[in-house]
Ligand binder design. Structure first.
Ligand code: B12
Ligand code: SF4
Length: 624
């Protein structure tokens, strides 16, 4: 049996750190984390099945794969692409299965899209499905209703991941979280009793990672300290494991803020080489925390807690939320001041979003405050699916946008770094790259990050250079990279001036139309410009007949200018293709690849096996 597992392309978000991946990280790295769910699923599959994992975030999807089953995972943010892939393969006659976070939370959304849905943790039900499929008795829905013992979770098939293409590798020790934050779907999916793997299992997973020379590891637990006594044992185990094998990992994870109240645990985190933790801080306003039932963050002063964690050498990344009922326009300033004072650079601020099945969703649905047509799957976009209580929706979105602009100025980035470094005197974090890659990344950082940013950035960067404590330099550089990458995202995605932008794009389009009129006259080319109020315009080019080398060479700089100077997207419809065009077309694609996220390419069915489009670079449109 041949099984193909696909992780659909993510829409770009803060978490993509696209600027850093494109400009700073070693060339082979294409994204941050691998799909651990698929590697786990592969390990649950019968041994005699042939398995391939394709992650569309690092490589192109195969259009006509050799497979008996195609399994496609996805979080809510991937639902659109997941749906497109499921339809595409199913229409060709493949047997398609959906699983992962969103299918686990909302299996009903998949009913008409797939042959089988695997809803919930797959440790037991995937095995059941495989057996049923082999005997031709498979069902449409397999739903895990009970609790999976993590001792039954196998060592993921890390060997099937193209590990060199990721910045860090994921590992999981526990699932579930004891708290009950109102907006959280984790406890809906995984329950409130943290379940753990044995240390022997963790050891086996680390053995595999050592074989693959992995050093940078992200424990993707929802709350690694959900069961503190076990977390302490894990830390001691990890410390001893590294000493025993004379092998150093750099770990990071997610944990709740009460980590700060346990010095023994903090000491153990340090000994085990945990360089960073992601904490859901959500709000510095105690009333908002109480409203959302996040009582664990109200028990001590949040700022001192963060600084206390720094004092153990551990970096803090954090999530923040705006849009609680208690929040007003003043909240933006409160959040700003807290984030500045705490020095948290990776401050992932989101608008409160009601995820289906959560208590928050149910409450707001009852109150008639849900915007049903809006997506409730990504909280860092300029919009959400609920109506705030004490401010207008538009004011909330505007305030959110301005908050990010304020935080991502060179001066405020530098201030945060200095505020952090006063407490993070002895950081555990250090680069996990080899010396050559470190030198390469450093010089790219100075050139593309600092010098290109102009005199103001150079000045603020120099203010943060830790002359008296060089150990802090890797964190300072890392924080600048994070800050610049987030700023780059905001500059490209939080745009307000669509109208100005679109006028410029229209003038580029007119030039393109004039230059290539002869092709249009003979019906080989069609060009159209689509402008909708308050969104980026789209230039659509359809190739309908024979187009020569001249066209490809001359159109490239026009398209490049349009993409560089406006926020518009381009759709390229390849309805006609001739072998002689291949080389020129590929050259055009190479030239435009850095703007791939704004280029949509649709290839007529007839030419799909002839025209190679890398779907991890461009948006390969698959709708039939
Ligand atoms: C690691 C992680 C990330 C990583 C990378 C993930 C990656 N490359 O896969 C990063 C940091 C990039 C990330 C980002 C985001 N994430 Co995230 N992330 C996680 C986290 C913590 C762990 C995922 C994981 O690896 N789990 C371990 C594996 C073993 O478990 P699993 O994925 O659940 O898989 C099991 C089953 O689902 C099943 N299964 C999995 N895949 C498949 C496929 C098939 C075919 C089948 C049959 C079964 C199956 O088998 C597995 C074994 O039981 C989860 C929380 C969680 N506990 O799941 C959130 C989570 C998945 N993320 C979430 C969100 C919202 C986001 C963001 C949108 C946040 C944001 N607002 O920006 C971004 C989006 C990224 C983007 N646009 O680029 C939500 C998704 C909600 C939902 N229900 O869809 C989760 C659940 C956390 C949460 N509640 O907030 N995330
Ligand atoms: S602490 Fe985090 S994982 Fe736990 S319930 Fe709250 S939001 Fe969910």
């Amino acid at each position: 049996m041949k099984l193909l597992l696909i992780n659909p392309r993510f829409p770009e978000s803060f978490w993509s750190f696209k600027w850093a991946v494109d400009n700073i990280m070693p060339n082979e790295i294409r994204t941050i984390n691998p799909p651990l769910g698929l590697a786990t699923l592969a390990a649950l599959t019968p041994q005699d099945w042939e398995i391939e994992i394709v992650d569309e975030n690092i490589e192109s999807i195969p259009l006509i794969p050799e497979a008996d089953i195609i399994g496609i995972c996805g979080m809510g943010v991937q639902f659109k692409r997941q749906t497109e892939l499921l339809n595409f393969y199913r229409n060709q006659g493949y047997f398609v299965v959906a699983g992962g976070s969103y299918a686990s939370l909302c299996p009903e959304y998949y009913e008409s899209l797939v042959d089988t849905v695997i809803a919930g943790e797959a440790e037991y039900i995937w095995k059941e499905f495989c057996g049923d499929f082999e005997s031709g008795r498979h069902k449409r829905l397999y739903q895990e209703k009970g609790e999976v013992s993590l001792e039954d979770s196998p060592t993921p098939r890390f060997d099937l991941l193209k590990i060199d293409k990721y910045q860090a590798v994921s590992l999981q020790f526990s699932r579930g979280c004891p708290y009950r934050c109102e907006f959280c779907d984790i406890i809906v999916m995984f329950g409130r009793k943290p379940r753990i793997k044995s240390f022997e299992q963790v050891g086996k997973e680390l053995d595999e990672l050592r074989k693959l020379n992995v050093t940078n590891v992200f424990f993707v637990d929802d709350n690694l300290i959900g069961n503190k006594p076990q977390a302490k044992k894990l830390m001691s185990y990890l410390r001893d494991y590294q000493a025993e094998h004379d092998y150093e990992f750099l770990f990071g994870t997610e944990a709740s803020l009460n980590l700060a109240q346990d010095d023994e645990l903090l000491e153990l985190f340090t000994e085990a080489n945990f360089g960073w933790v992601f904490i859901g801080i959500e709000s510095p306003d105690e009333e908002s925390l109480k409203e959302t039932l996040k009582f664990q963050n109200t028990r001590s002063d949040i700022l001192s807690s963060v600084q206390h964690i720094y004092s153990y050498g551990i970096e803090v990344l954090a999530g923040f939320i705006i849009g609680f009922d208690n929040d007003t326009l003043k909240t933006f300033d409160l959040q700003y001041r807290f984030i500045q004072n705490s020095g948290i650079q990776a401050a992932m601020i989101g608008l409160l979003t009601a995820v289906p099945k959560t208590p928050l969703y149910e409450r707001l649905e009852k109150d008639g405050r849900l915007i049903k047509e809006a997506s409730g799957t990504d909280n860092t976009k300029l919009g959400t699916n609920l109506i705030p209580k004490q401010m207008s929706y538009d004011d909330m979105v505007d305030g959110y946008r301005s908050l990010y602009y304020r935080l991502l100025d060179d001066k405020t980035i530098a201030e945060r770094i200095n505020n952090k470094m006063r407490h993070l005197k002895n950081p555990i974090f250090k680069s996990t790259y080899g010396l050559k890659d470190q030198a390469g990344s450093f010089s790219k950082f100075i050139r593309s990050g600092i010098i290109k940013g102009g005199p103001r950035r150079i000045y603020h960067f120099l203010r943060t250079v830790p002359l008296t404590n060089p150990k802090q330099l890797p964190v300072v550089i890392q924080d600048w990279i994070v800050g610049i990458a987030m700023k780059d995202y905001v500059d490209r995605h939080f745009i307000q001036e669509f109208e100005q932008n679109n006028v410029l794009a229209e003038s580029y389009t007119e030039t393109i139309e004039r230059s290539f009129q002869p092709y249009m006259n003979i019906g080989a080319l069609e060009i159209s410009f689509n402008r909708v109020k308050n969104t980026a315009a789209n230039l659509s080019i359809s190739i309908k007949g024979i187009i020569d080398q001249d066209f490809f060479e001359h159109v490239a700089p026009h398209l490049e200018n349009l993409l560089k100077n406006t926020s518009s997207s381009i759709t390229l419809n390849i309805e006609h293709f001739h072998e002689t065009q291949r080389q020129h077309m590929n050259r055009l694609f190479n030239r435009l690849s850095r703007y791939g996220d704004r280029i949509y390419i649709a290839v007529h069915e007839k030419w799909r096996d002839k025209v190679n489009i890398d779907s991890s670079v461009f948006n390969l449109v698959l709708e039939n």
